[in-house]
Design a protein around this ligand. Sequence first.
Ligand SMILES: [Zn+2]
Length: 314
Amino acid sequence: MKNKKECEIVQDLLMNYADGVLNPESKKLVENHLKECEECQLELKHIQDDMKEKENREQIELNYLKKIRIKTRVKSVLLAIGIIVLIAFVIFLNNFIKINSIMNRAEKSLQSNNFYKETSQMLGNNETSITKEYYKDGKYKSIWMIYSDNGVETKSIEYANSNSDERTYINEADKKAVIEKGDVLEMKNKNIKNVPFVTSRNSLFAKIGTTFVYSINTDTYDYGKEYYILKNRSENNRWEIWIDKETGLPIREINRGGAKSFFMGTNVVKEIRDTIQSYKYEFDIVTDEDVEVPDLSNYTIENTTLNMEDMIKE
Ligand SMILES: [Zn+2]
């Protein structure tokens, strides 16, 4: 009962049969015909093979597209990381160049053999501490004074020489002089021109370290002059230092909330304020008399030694 007409009808249905979308009656008709017709069986096999091949090709294309998409994503992530690293490096380099220039200028300023430095700090109880340091050709004098509404009180006067192991402290009020000797002072005297932040940081390694630790900004202060402000990056550190762009020397150090006072006899806070140390420098104004140890014949003299070994033992 096989005839050409039926073959034509079945072959028209084969594609849908292979797709599994025929209604039950048509499906039954196709299956019954296939049992008896080899030609249509062969045709079905062709269709199924074609479909399989097409599916495989699509899968391969899909996999290929997926791979490309992953590659593209990896590329963009790497690019983003690269850009971030580059920006960070440029910021670091920019800061390093600034720090390097500050330190170099400071070193140059400190090479001067005639150097005056004044440090002042408000002490909170209507008193201001002033330290005046004079340096000339290796000789050094430092005067520490307290200013208040009652006047000026000289607390101590100190003399040193950069090539000696001796320091002389004079107490004017008591007419007393203490002469200290020892290797500790020899080292201290070599660093007589002591300036906060700058002096010990002239090596490349220290400069790189400083660049990592401190952020650097520019701001104006007294009559619109611009200064660098270096701040410790860590959040709980409120310390900052302002640096003169021309000399590379610090003009003030601020410790935000650095001073806390309490109501007498309690732990209740009365005041929290910033401690600010201001610095002034002048070059070529120090005279020989400024740094000369005075005649001590009218003074009571006390001699002491300060050796590293003794200090370690203590
Ligand atoms: Zn047939």
